[in-house]
Design a protein around this ligand. Sequence first.
Ligand code: F0G
Length: 428
Amino acid sequence: MSGSRQRCASCGHELSETDPQLRCPACQGLLEIHHARPTLSGAALRARFDERRSVSRGALASGVWRFREAVLPTAADAVVTYPEGNPPLLDGPAVARWTGLSQLLLKHEGHNPTGSFKDRGMTVAVTQARRVGAPALACASTGNTGAALAAYASLAGLPALVMVPRGQVALGKLAQTLAYGARTLLVRGNFDECLELAEQARAKLGLYLVNSINPFRIEGQKTIVLELLQQLNWSPPEWIVLPAGNLGNTAAFGKALGEARAWGLITRMPRLAAVQAAGAAPFAASFREGFARRHRVDPHTAATAINIGNPASYERAVRAIRETNGVVTAVSDEEIFEAKAVVDAAGVGCEPASAASVAGVRQLLHSGVIDPGQLVVAVLTGHLLKDPDSVTRYHQAADPRPPGANPPVEIGPTLSDVERELRACGAV
Ligand code: F0G
């Protein structure tokens, strides 16, 4: 296939693949990567992707770069890769039962190198940063993008600035960002303000911004969908359900599905369900009005990863929902944490924002949008250990005691105490 172009999603203005501008110079719209249609048939492309599953070293061992024809075809020799991707597609019977489905598959993106799906976008954005000779990298983040940037900037040997809302970042994410060596800025403001600041820093200080408004991030995150389709032998599920915050992932999923169908990788389109936290649900509000207008809110949810009130990829995500006949919904923090306790107790585990997808499945089933017999894949976006405070808080809460709480028990150093606890957990 020949080269890829960057194209403005609003006015169609085109830029070359290596133009470092982040927004359209004509209208300030967001850019998208437009790939030429591969010369291979869908079957031949599937076969090529499938052959690469046996590669164990180098870029093609990555669950992102295995799909390089759909990501960044010209960059495969100089990529900054861990490698990432390849997390499991789990069968979650206990989680399925809780939602009311007969079967629920869980695509666990928390098994990426830094514990979230952000690694998939970051390998591509940092590779592109190196291709265009960027001197320094930056992002605004609720935590995971920052952790991923910190790691990949170190792999690339580039300096990085990470801007996070002070006091609103989960402990594991902050720890990673510090440990991987990024300059970590605790901004006295929320995520939306961090992103505004990061965009100003890009424009005025020449930093290369790797938030999901960067179109190369989207190309990497598309591979969540490509990989799960591959894990299902290219037979699509009825639904793909994901948590939604800044809407980069929703946009990436829509683009992946559109291309997969246009290129003959699949013949049927799954429906997308984007799930927001009720306290940070501007996209769900717009959906309820048929996307008549864009909403902005002052966000408040304990699922800090998706505590976002003015999602940057709004337009791209609207298209993703429309083109997949998708839906957008919102779930309460109580539902999110109950779903998380179920996912955790099943031995799977995830961070709070990830559990929004599972809570969303249950709600959509109860409201009759999803049928109990349909094949549903819920995406778990981050690892349980990202937010350890939320876990101990939940399980030790006393009044009221939350469903599924498993508080620790203090005992004396005696065998009789151990025996009593053994009886209490039903083992004897
Ligand atoms: N789940 C997790 C664990 C996240 O970290 C994020 C976003 C999302 C879901 C939502 O994805 O923004 O593409 O709609 N985290 C960003 C960050 C904002 O800075 O780490 P989205």
